[in-house]
Design a protein around this ligand. Structure first.
Ligand SMILES: Nc1ncnc2c1ncn2[C@@H]1O[C@H](COP(=O)(O)OP(=O)(O)OP(=O)(O)O)[C@@H](O)[C@H]1O
Length: 189
C-alpha cells in the first residue's frame, strides 16, 4: 500500500531560490526512507509540504493521514498539562494499554507533567501519541538527536517495531543511522 506519492514537486519560499525542482518520491507501508542533506537544504520544508501547511508551486503530493515526531520532546508537549491529557487531546487512548509495555512506559508516568519525565521517556510518549493517532505515514524529524546514544538506539528500535503498520520518513543528520535503518537514502541538496 502506497502511503505517500510526490510527483514533480517544485517549491521555494521566494522566487529567487527554489528548494525543490521537479522532485519525486514514493513511500509504501512497511518502508522507511531517510532524508539527508545539509542544513537549510529543505528537509523540514518537505514535511510542511506533506502535511499541507505549505502549497507546492507545482507538482502533486498525495499522502495518507500522517503524524509527526519532533526532535525535542520537551518542546512537543505543553509544559503545564499532564502527558496523558495531551495524548487524549489528539488521539483515542482506548487501545493504549497494548503499546505501553512495548514502549517501556508505565501508565503512572503519563499522569505526570512533561518535565517530570526523562528525555527518552518523553520521546517514547511522543511516539505513543503519534501512533495512537493511527497514521499511515509517520514523519520523523530527527527524533533521536536530542537523546543520548544508548537511548537513541532504544527509541529507533521501538519505532522500527511499528514499521509494519506505517511508512516512515526519517530526517537525520546521522548517516550511520540512515545506513542502519533505511530502505533508501534520499539526498536533498
Ligand atoms: N517560513 C519560511 N520563510 C522563508 N524561508 C524559510 C522559511 N522556513 C525555512 N526557510 C528557509 O528555507 C530553507 C530550508 O529550510 P528547512 O528548515 O526546510 O531546512 P532543513 O534542511 O530542514 O535544515 P536543518 O537541517 O537545519 O533543519 C532555509 O534556507 C530556511 O532559512
Amino acid at each position: 500500500m502506497q502511503v505517500l506519492s510526490i510527483e514533480g514537486l517544485s517549491f521555494g519560499y521566494t522566487h529567487e531560490r527554489a528548494l525543490y525542482d521537479d522532485f519525486s518520491l514514493t513511500l509504501a507501508a512497511g518502508e522507511i526512507k531517510a532524508i539527508v542533506g545539509p542544513s537549510g537544504a529543505g528537509k523540514s520544508t518537505l514535511f510542511e509540504l506533506i502535511l499541507g501547511n505549505l502549497r507546492p508551486r507545482s507538482g502533486t503530493i498525495e499522502a495518507l493521514p500522517a503524524s509527526m515526531v519532533f526532535q525535542d520532546p520537551y518542546s512537543s508537549f505543553h509544559p503545564t498539562y499532564t502527558v496523558l491529557n495531551q495524548i487524549r487531546d489528539v488521539a483515542d487512548t482506548a487501545g493504549m494499554a497494548r503499546y505501553l509495555d512495548d514502549m517501556g512506559l508505565d501508565e503512572a508516568l503519563l499522569h505526570k507533567l512533561p518535565h517530570e519525565l526523562s528525555g527518552g521517556q518523553l520521546q517514547r510518549a511522543s511516539i505513543l501519541r503519534a501512533l495512537l493517532m493511527k497514521p499511515k505515514l509517520l514523519l520523523l524529524d530527527e527524533p533521536t538527536s536530542a537523546l543520548d546514544n544508548v537511548i537513541q538506539l532504544d527509541v529507533m528500535q521501538l519505532l522500527l517495531r511499528h514499521l509494519g503498520e506505517v511508512g516512515m520518513l526519517l530526517i537525520t543528520h546521522e548517516i550511520d543511522l540512515a545506513n542502519w535503518c533505511a530502505d533508501e537514502i534520499v539526498e536533498i541538496s
